[in-house]
Write a protein that binds this ligand. Structure first.
Ligand SMILES: Nc1ncnc2c1ncn2[C@@H]1O[C@H](COP(=O)(O)OP(=O)(O)OP(=O)(O)O)[C@@H](O)[C@H]1O
Ligand SMILES: [Mg+2]
Length: 391
């Protein structure tokens, strides 16, 4: 890495040319590098470049897409990218809204340069803390993990540590907490990331079908097996198999799974030769596996094999602070999915969502927002548009 590329890059979004120039001069005099954008469009273009800025410093009032809207968009696609807003005196409300939407900080205009320096420094420091680097990676893929609460940061740190190893990971958590996303993130953090990530839902499949699904079968192995078929373990060779609802496996399947975990070996159904693969296993369950072991419903040796690194996901009610950011992110994703414009959302609505109990966690939040969005007249989600009574 060259010396210049180690200096943090600050993206300045400001419509007035003279202000851009002054900011550039000041920030560079402090040893940072700058990229300049005159509006949200240019800012988004700058973010498509290979080198991403470490921090975005944006004006609130701009023609076209304003700073708040830019912030919403950035939080949707680059969840962990810190954004500092600059607002003129008298727009405290916008500043409060900005903080709710996940801005790192805000500065009053006209700018006090000492304060600017302090805020940028503080933001850069927290952006490079442990776990946050991973947050930024987790936050930018096709399926980003949203949330910067301490409990989620602990999850990201575990993903970053366990990901690159070949250790089996067991993801635990209530329904809808994001177990599948975490499993995919573990794969993405490993050297296997270019190889397949293959999911098997162990709960929904009857035992003999599950065996065929996992290990494949030979032609004629059973009625209907008109040609040979490779199983998920074969297909995932070099990559990762994600065993969802692993707690629901039958005793016979548990033995077969234990064998693959120990030796990488398995037989196709109806096969005569043993096959060997190199597969990493990540599994998930929302049942209490330790209790299942105590009740002799789940093999203890298999449990220890699967549970080398446990990652527990917090229920949504234990990370309410993440809800505004999640709402923002989900509204953008759902709007795109339903071919609708991204609506704004009233702060009273965000507050109601933040205080709801969410027994079905993020999935339930997502479903409720989708319903509100589909039925929405106008462009703002209000408190009364939310079917919260059913919670
Ligand atoms: N931290 C998060 N950030 C963004 N989206 C999330 C997050 N957690 C969950 N989701 C979304 O919520 C939905 C449910 O997540 P997921 O399927 O991973 O949950 P799960 O724990 O596997 O649930 P189940 O136990 O019911 O299978 C998905 O649409 C997912 O994208
Ligand atoms: Mg799941």
């Amino acid at each position: 890495m060259t010396e210049t590329s180690e200096k943090p890059l600050i993206l300045v979004v400001e419509d007035q040319a003279n202000h851009r120039k002054v900011l550039k001069g000041f920030l560079e005099s402090k040893g940072w590098r700058t990229a300049l954008a005159k509006d949200a469009g240019e800012a988004l273009k700058a973010l498509k470049k290979k080198e991403k800025p470490t921090v975005v410093l944006t004006d609130l009032k701009m023609p076209g897409t304003d700073g708040i809207e830019l912030l919403r968009q950035l939080k949707g696609s680059f969840a962990s990218l810190p954004v500092i807003l600059m607002t003129a005196y008298g727009t405290v409300e916008s500043a409060v809204e900005a903080m709710k939407l996940g801005a790192s900080d805000f500065l009053a205009k006209p700018l006090d340069f000492e304060e600017l320096e302090r805020v940028v420094k503080k933001t850069l420091d927290s952006a490079t803390r442990e776990g946050d680097e991973w947050v930024s990676e987790c936050g930018e893929g096709e399926h980003p993990l949203i949330g910067t609460s301490a409990v989620m940061k602990a999850v990201y740190t575990l993903i970053a540590k366990a990901g690159p190893s070949d250790a089996s990971v067991l993801v635990l958590g209530e329904t809808g907490t994001g177990k599948e996303l975490v499993a995919a993130a573990v794969h993405a953090a490993s050297a296997r990331r270019e190889k397949p990530f293959i999911k098997v839902h162990c709960g929904a499949i009857p035992e003999d079908l599950l065996e065929a699904e996992l290990f494949g079968y030979e032609k004629g192995a059973f009625t209907g097996a008109v040609r040979e078929k490779p199983g998920k373990f074969e297909l995932a060779d070099g990559g990762t198999v994600f065993l969802d609802e692993v707690g629901d496996m039958s005793a016979a399947m548990q033995v077969k799974l234990l064998r693959v975990l120990q030796s990488g070996e398995f037989d196709r159904v109806g096969g005569t030769g043993t096959l060997k693969v190199d597969v990493r296993v990540v599994s998930a369950t929302n049942v209490d596996l330790e209790k299942a072991v105590a009740d002799k419903r789940f093999r203890e040796d298999l449990f220890y094999r699967l549970n080398i690194v446990p990652i527990s996901l917090p229920p949504l009610r234990d990370r309410c602070d993440d809800i505004p950011e999640l709402v923002n992110f989900l509204l953008q994703r759902l709007a795109a999915k339903n071919g609708k414009a991204v609506p704004s959302i009233e702060s009273a609505a965000v507050e109601a969502l933040t205080n709801a109990p969410w027994p079905g966690n993020v999935r339930q939040l997502e479903n409720l927002l989708e319903r509100a969005l589909v039925l929405l007249d106008g462009d703002t989600v209000r408190r009364e548009d939310l079917p919260l009574k059913t919670l």
